[in-house]
Design a protein around this ligand. Sequence first.
Ligand code: CA
Length: 239
Amino acid sequence: MNKPEHENARVLVVEDEPQMAEGLRFNFELEGYEVRIAPDGESGLAEARAWAPGVVILDLMLPGLGGLEVLRILRKEGVWTPVVILTAKNQEADVVAGLEAGADDYVPKPFSLAELLARVRAVVRRSNQTLGLEQDVIALGSTAEVDFRKYEVRRGGKAYPLSRFEAEILRYLISRQGEVVSREEFLRDVWGYSILPTTRTVDNHVARIRKKVEESPDQPVWIQTVHGIGYRMSELGKP
Ligand code: CA
């Protein structure tokens, strides 16, 4: 049995089709994961809160409370457990909405188990990585600082929590400060996708980050828009 390397080897499968759910349980258990199944959105939400899984596999089409709602509620509550959503075929809008709501990855149905296992491993590995900067706390001039250990921005005596992707984007921008970074590069290097139906995901995340790091989000000093391409982080010593 291959015991997964990571500490939290609990997989919560939120899936209403019993055959699919049991198939996933069987295969994840073979891989050394501990598995629980929630057959609907409400129980999925309860298990995600109480059991503290290392990853949630979340079907979007659920009776009652849908998968997207479950995801939105968890993120709103500040639960950042990695979530891989299962989307129906040809439902690109669901993929976009899911990523917007804070999913870490998606796998379209029907999928191969090998692919799902690989995605889950990658998501868990990413979530266990430190953000890879030498310092945990980076000062943005004298006005703000980013704490990559606590996932928060502190500015003007207030702390603003960062989602994992917001922190990843900031880290990526800081590591490339002064350079223009295209939306496609963000998708490739932060999300790990070569193709996404829209790059709006990047813009929406950046808009949220600006509200945290910028004094005036409409006139950003730190994260500049490079029209038609992407964004550029001001050099940290500068403004
Ligand atoms: Ca379903």
